[in-house]
Design a protein around this ligand. Structure first.
Ligand SMILES: *Cc1c(COP(=O)(O)O)cnc(C)c1O
Length: 419
């Protein structure tokens, strides 16, 4: 019989490390990865016939749960009309309208096929628009694996302990300055140092790739102020937070308008997607209106648009985000009390339906404090969860995601696995 073990062995003969994205290999927690056979609602099922309550949620997109019938139906219907044309469609307008309506800062938006591509394109646009070269990012923020952004990038690179990546030319990495998250003074001095040549500051408005780290009060406001003063563009990478915390972006909750916004994950409903958008005068620099080139064979793909539109329309139903907030708060309060009773040093950072349990006695406010957490305690926790039928990301630097499909019973079962 095929098992996760046999599949992993076979996969390694054909695929580097047996996986198509590094963190999936579960190396840092020292276990072989479960190979997934199918998923439905809050559950995933592996090749060994085991059922798990899933808190990975495909790393963010599955806010409605797996194989949500309206999404599956929309994909099926779209597939019957052809899977790709390389020509514009009505569905792309429908998707763009929804994004523009939900984000006051977005006048125009362009669809791409991944979050990486969205951010890479937004950076090129920022550089083209400002005619400046340098970018400022935050330690532990992940913005996809494009060259300029793979510097102190959190997520998988942090899990594997790689500071940057071979293959990124020094000359390019040199144009990326990293500063600590939640540290406005560091941003100010970086801009002072390179002011004449800084194109943009890019930030996850709620960090999700060093584990969840919320912005300190005043941090995002301060970024908006400093960048506006200095003629530097502010880019919000809302690939995770877009439609995760409210119908729209975290920028809505924070009351801030970035110049450009990157999206992905949820807006594809589980299909490959990304988008970037913003102020009209900036977006009009893109080809064919302007000189900044950007393109894509599968951009605005009909299946991805269908899945994304069906997802966004379901998220519009009243009460969705309150329900997610309540469920996740209930889960985190439960974990908190179990671990406190057992005197386990920990911190839970939660924003809406995304949270991270850090094994540390100190508050986690940036990458340095996230990196203080106890890797061994995390590995034990991961194995215990897996044995108890709970799937969490195999890294201490990732978020857990609660979906609309998680039931009170799921939450109860999860808490039992902790006890
Ligand atoms: C996932 C992610 C990306 C990259 O998206 P991909 O679709 O994996 O390329 C970019 N930014 C953030 C904040 C992300 O979480």
């Amino acid at each position: 019989m095929e098992t996760s073990k046999s599949l992993f062995k076979e996969a390694q003969r054909y695929i580097p490390g047996g996986v198509n994205s590094p963190v999936r290999a579960c190396r840092s927690v020292g276990v072989d990865p479960p190979f997934i056979d199918r998923a439905s609602g809050s559950k995933v099922y592996d090749a060994d016939g085991r059922e798990y309550i899933d808190y990975i949620g495909s790393w963010g997109p599955m806010i409605l749960g797996h194989a949500f019938p309206p999404v599956v139906g929309a994909i099926r219907q779209a597939a019957e009309r052809g899977t790709s044309y390389g020509a514009p469609t009505r569905m792309e307008i429908e998707m763009a309208k929804r994004i523009v309506d939900a984000f006051p800062s977005i006048d125009r938006v362009r669809m791409v096929s991944s979050g990486t591509e969205a951010v890479m394109s937004a950076i090129r646009l920022a550089r083209g628009y400002t005619k400046k070269n340098r970018i400022i990012k935050f330690e532990g923020c992940y913005h996809g694996h494009a060259d300029s952004l793979l510097v102190k990038a959190g997520s998988g690179v942090a899990t594997l302990g790689i500071p940057g990546s071979p293959g990124v030319p020094e000359a390019l990495a040199e144009l990326t300055t990293t500063v600590p998250y939640n540290d406005l003074e560091a941003v100010r001095s970086a801009i002072d140092r390179y002011g004449e040549d800084v194109a943009c500051v890019i930030v996850e408005p709620v960090a999700g790739n060093m584990g969840v780290v919320p912005p300190a009060p005043g941090f995002l406001e301060g970024l908006r102020e400093i960048t506006s003063e200095r003629g530097v563009l502010l880019i919000f990478d809302e690939v995770i937070t877009g439609f995760r915390l409210t119908y729209g972006g975290f920028q809505d909750i924070a009351g801030i308008r970035p110049d450009l916004t990157c999206l992905g994950k949820i807006i594809g409903g589980g299909l490959p997607v990304g988008a970037f958008g913003g102020r009209e005068d900036i977006m009009e620099q893109l080809a064919p209106l302007g000189p900044v080139y950007q393109a894509g064979t599968l951009s605005g793909n009909p299946l991805a648009m269908a899945a994304g539109i069906a997802t966004l329309d379901s998220l519009r139903e009243p009460g969705v985000y309150d329900e997610l907030e309540e469920k996740t708060a209930h889960l985190c309060t439960g974990i908190e009390s179990i671990l406190s009773n057992r005197k386990v040093s920990h911190r839970i950072n939660r924003v809406g339906s995304m949270f991270t349990l850090f094994f540390t006695g100190e508050d986690v406010t940036d990458f340095a404090s996230a990196a203080q957490s106890d890797q061994e305690a995390f590995s034990d926790h991961f194995s215990k969860m897996l044995a108890g039928g709970i799937m969490v990301a195999p890294s201490p630097f990732e978020a857990s995601f609660v979906s609309r499909a998680h039931t009170d019973e799921d939450i109860g079962t999860t808490l039992k696995a902790f006890a």
